[in-house]
Write a protein that binds this ligand. Structure first.
Ligand code: ADP
Ligand code: MG
Length: 618
């Protein structure tokens, strides 16, 4: 039988593994034990609904053979069919090849191994050959998977009951690395205690004891079997939580917050929840899997328990262990269960409460959180036509002109100027670009604070929030700002009247391009700016077109600063000037550039500039 090659990504990872760039080789044991435990979970769960499947004496057994340098890890879980062996152990199920490559290139190796949860492969750190003998429940045939660094093969084999027996051929010691400790009883026991203590099934090892002068070998359970979330809070150290977190989610960054609590009452449950410190690299892709597990009375029910938490909190990780769920329920029915809905409500509330508290008492941590998951909260606010906006709005933060720090809407409103009616914002690709916008000049001059909207979702969100604390959101780049006093308004109206003909000819020159040409009330130092009419903004136009939602166009208005030299000169020479058309177009292009929009006809633009230069140089 031909030896099969590992898939390319797997091969690369294997090389990393085998060469032990990841220094903590100890983790191989917890990985294999955790796989064994998952497999037993699956068998147990199946036995609840299928009476032909037994689930007695479920356990994991570790045996060391020092003489032949062999470790075996055996479980009586679900086992694997031939296809399972091929699919699960021949490739890295979790990784998309593309993201994998990005990881390799951008991050250091520890991160790669961490993020991918290489699981089974980690055994190649200490073994140069691995055998997996497995038989699936309810199947007749058993198979043997044999793998080395060069590839693997699967063939028919013999095995008694269902389950999996993994044999590791431990590498010889080298000058740099000693693999001997993994063959020592004491060392392996302490590794199990350290990493796998909470595994709910017994992890047994043989122990020699003397009974009535006779030496006999007895199986002894090494782990305490109490899951961490069932332990008493006062018996748990912070390291225990962090250790549990990092090994469950392959995240070596400490969680920002750990919530360990118990709820009694209509829906009783224990929860151990974590708010991660870093956003998983695939968080906003369809590959992202919610890291929330559901247990019932300590029995594993399902991974990715989406029905237990609102989408806007899907960064949460951890375990929910409910006392009330009926175990015989099928996994599909769970989704409609009203108990699940009650659980979800309670969990959402806890997460929200924790975030509110963090925002209030530990701003620094909250800002870290927001840097990672703030966009998610904004999407949550926007999604479903703003159904959850009241829930989330006070958790949002924006950078602003006040001091380049995050500000909440509550803070913004609390420091609004007495004469300020609206909440002002300006949108752009970056904060730096926004700061350059001419539209900000006058508002900042008045001492008003401006929120910087740098994410696509920001402006869309204002369309569902409408207002905060009775204050409307107003874009500095669209509509009428209504900034001026009665006198100022009258003055502008008069100027517009005086320059009616000029404005009309500018409008005529640009009639294909803008809806209107107006005297501006928001400019101070710049001659022109572009604003959109109320409704669709330039940023939204860009986003929608990028998302291929057809071709939409924001309605443009060119605003001119009547106090600027350019306008004054134009007004003076207008009657005798034949180049008004050209100037109109130049000013329009200038405004486009400042707004971060592409010039529609770069050739005409440069031609005009060149002609002007020539004129000036003559
Ligand atoms: P993960 O556990 O994160 O899925 P692993 O590399 O650890 O990744 O394991 C890959 C897959 O191989 C598992 O998802 C499981 O389907 C299968 N597997 C591994 N070990 C066992 C086992 N002892 N019994 C049954 N299936 C197993
Ligand atoms: Mg695993």
């Amino acid at each position: 039988m031909a030896i099969k090659q590992f898939k390319t990504e797997s091969k690369r990872l294997l090389d990393l593994m085998a060469n032990s760039i990841y220094t903590n080789t100890d983790i191989f044991l917890r990985e294999l034990i955790s796989n064994a435990s998952d497999a037993i979970d699956k068998r147990y769960f199946m036995s609840l609904t299928d009476s032909s499947i037994t689930a007695d004496d479920l356990k994991i057994k570790v045996v060391l053979n020092k003489k032949d340098r062999i470790i075996t890890i055996e479980d009586n879980g679900v086992g694997m069919s031939k296809e399972d062996l091929e699919n699960n152990l021949g490739t890295i199920a979790k990784s998309g090849s593309l993201e994998f490559k990005e990881q390799i290139e951008e991050k250091d190796e520890i991160d790669i191994i961490g993020q991918f949860g290489v699981g089974f492969y980690s055994a190649f750190m200490i073994a140069d050959k691995i055998e997996v003998l497995s038989k699936k429940v309810n199947e007749e045939k058993a198979y043997l998977w044999t793998g080395t660094m060069d590839g693997y093969e699967v063939k028919a084999a013999k095995k008694d009951g269902p389950g999996t027996l993994i044999t590791l051929y431990v590498k010889e010691n080298t000058k740099e690395k000693k693999y001997d400790p993994y063959l020592e009883d004491y060392e392996v026991k302490s590794l199990i205690k350290k990493y796998s203590d909470f595994i709910r099934y017994p992890i047994v090892m043989d122990e020699e004891t003397e009974v009535d002068g006779k030496k006999i070998i007895e199986e002894k359970t090494v782990n305490s079997m109490v899951p961490l979330w069932k332990k008493n809070k006062k018996d748990i150290k912070e390291e225990d939580y962090n250790e549990f977190y990092s090994m469950s989610y392959y995240d070596f960054e400490k969680p920002l917050k750990t919530l360990h609590y118990k709820v009694e009452g209509n829906t009783s449950y224990s929860a151990l929840l974590f708010i991660p410190g870093v956003r998983p690299f695939n968080y906003y892709s369809t590959d992202y899997k919610l890291g929330l597990k559901l247990y019932s009375k300590g029995v594993f029910i399902k991974d990715e328990a989406k029905e237990l938490v609102s989408d806007h909190f899907r960064f949460i990780r951890g375990v929910i262990d409910s006392d009330d769920l009926s175990l015989n329920i099928s996994r599909e029915i769970l989704q409609e269960d009203h108990q699940m809905a009650a659980l979800k409500k309670s969990i959402d509330k806890k997460i929200k409460g924790a975030l509110e508290k963090m925002l209030k008492d530990d701003r620094e941590t909250y800002e870290k959180f927001f840097d990672q998951f703030g966009t998610q909260l904004k999407f949550g606010t926007y999604d479903n036509y703003g159904m959850n906006k009241d829930e989330l709005i006070d958790l949002l933060m924006f950078k602003s002109s006040y001091e380049d720090k995050y500000v909440t809407l509550k803070e913004y409103v609390s420091r609004m100027k007495e004469d300020q009616k609206d909440i002002y914002y300006a949108a752009g690709e970056t904060i730096e670009a926004i700061k350059e916008l001419p539209q900000l000049e006058k508002v900042l001059d008045k001492g008003y604070e401006v929120l910087y909207f740098t994410e696509n979702v920001d402006e869309f969100m204002t369309n569902v929030i409408f207002n905060y604390d009775g204050k409307n959101f107003k874009s500095l780049q669209s509509g009428d700002l209504d900034l001026d006093t009665k006198e100022e308004k009258e003055e502008i109206e008069k100027k517009a009247e005086d320059n009616k003909d000029l404005l009309n000819s500018l409008k005529e020159a640009l009639k294909e391009k803008v809806e209107d040409v107006k005297l501006s009330t928001r400019l101070k130092n710049s001659p022109v700016c572009l604003v959109s009419e109320d409704g669709l903004s330039f940023g939204m136009e860009r986003t929608l077109n990028a998302m291929n939602q057809g071709s939409v166009k924001a309605k443009k208005v060119l605003e001119i600063n009547a106090d600027h030299e350019i306008f004054k000169a134009l007004a003076k020479t207008f009657e005798a000037n034949e180049a008004v058309d050209e100037y109109a177009n130049l000013l329009y292009d200038e405004a486009l550039l400042i707004a971060g929009l592409p010039i529609e006809d770069p050739l005409s633009y440069t031609k005009r500039i060149n002609e002007l230069m020539l004129k000036a140089m003559k």
